[in-house]
Design a protein around this ligand. Sequence first.
Ligand code: GSH
Length: 217
Amino acid sequence: MHLYITYKRYSSWSLRPWLAMKVTGIPFDETVLPFAHDNSLNNFARQHSIPATVPVLECCERIIWDSLAILEFLAEQHPDKNLWPRDPALRALARSACAEMHSGFAALRSEHPMNCHRVIAMEPSAAVQADLKRLADIWQLFERADKPDGDFLCGEFSIADAMFAPVAWRAIGYQLSISPLFKRWSDTMMNLDAMNQWVADGAVEEWRVEETENIGV
Ligand SMILES: N[C@@H](CCC(=O)N[C@@H](CS)C(=O)NCC(=O)O)C(=O)O
């Protein structure tokens, strides 16, 4: 199994499947394609007739592109890892929240791109405040759900935590305040060895994307 990703400093979509595989102990090799600095991603995409975006998973002579498709594939391939909660009602909630994350939160994503190595205070725009309010509402939905013990969104670690992991970095990096429930979850996420490994790996990357580094300056 081989996961193609991009900059660990900035790539929120790459973090999602990478984190799910690390936390649940699914072995894989990885390659970073620094698309803003060379043609490696374009060449890779042309070779496989897929969009020039990562993450992409190569497994069993198959190419799976798009973060959510990869996470679904992993859940199917590794049913023992419980990447989705076993309870159907909790699984439906988790799937809905992940789909909303995948297609929504445009203001939060564009105005506060992930940068795991920079902290800067920024006043959220009205559109971002609406996204933050929506996150707080989602956290309330998970809090009220019937679920196993544990501080992850579904009690135990699941794809929902992987999908929202970059939001934890955004809240920290831009000092955005969300809700006590979100803070408790974010602290849990930051304690994961895999999150620490992601940051440490990003720290030794030499590439910089100036546009992202200069946000808020
Ligand atoms: N919806 C896609 C989004 C993937 C995406 O936009 N990835 C970014 C990196 S975080 C990318 O590959 N960008 C390449 C580019 O903009 O040229 C997914 O879920 O995988």
